[in-house]
Design a protein around this ligand. Sequence first.
Ligand code: SF4
Length: 327
Amino acid sequence: MHRFYALSSYTRQHFGQRVQKIPLDAGFSCPNRDGTLSRSGCLFCNPKGSGSGFGDQGMSIPEQWQFWRDIHTKKNNLSLFTAYLQSYSNTHGPLSKLADVLLELEGLPGLTTLSLGTRPDCLDEEKLDLLAAQRDELGLTEITLELGLQSACDETLAHINRGHDAQAFADATQSAAKRGLNVVAHVIAGLPTEYGREGQTELLATIDFINKLPVHGIKFHNLFVCKGTALAKLHEDGHYTPLTQLEYLNQLSNALMHLNPTTIVHRLNGNPGQGELIAPQWAANMRGLHNAVRSHFNANDVWQGKLNGAESGPPDWFSPDFQGEKT
Ligand code: SF4
């Protein structure tokens, strides 16, 4: 039984096959790191950022593309790819920087879709217009903006030094959707607050907030403590305790049951980089966590939208073979 609308199902329905993401490092920074907003970053952020680091090594975008594409074509015989601008905030800085990076994507073999990780406060009307225009110029099927919301609670966002509020996410999402750009919301369970830690109530409030917006997809993350972060200091001083695996599974299950059943689920957990995890140790065991999620969903008969419009059972469109209207 398909218990949620997985990205793999959506991709099979729309492209007939897997579309492999290729991570690209285009040398962007983040306003919460480069001094525009702050230099300390979000409380949980590893200063090395996510991504391959190939940009720092001087590899151009076409060179990075070729490196990863060769691996995927040889190993898995794949032919469709997503250019995934992953590291830091990939719309931060002047419009010309974004335009230059988009130009570099032109003609990359197998390029089908584009995905950009960024912050809602790094998107203005001009940048969104440019992205919408480039979708047609580059012949892309779709462009997705991966926007960090993390929590819909402004007090939590201030506490984690996020540097924007929930309304900034809502505004950016509305503006992107008007132009046919997809938005994937990043959400984190177990964020630290002034009074301790966000719980089920706050996570459900975040899901409610997302349900009211034209959000195309969601990535759930369990918060883990990484080396070199402000959160690591809080944890060391005994002021932050991460969720247990069972607490996370319970929160995730409830969040999923409240989520709009047409929202595409891109991830159900975070994935620490090699050597960066301090706690909790269960966050490092991906296979164990995936098995635990599956068992927990089965044992508790969890499915997406069970408490939000899909009460009678998992909808047909959760299946990769589904073709038709999602009603
Ligand atoms: S917005 Fe992203 S890259 Fe910037 S500090 Fe926060 S987590 Fe790190």
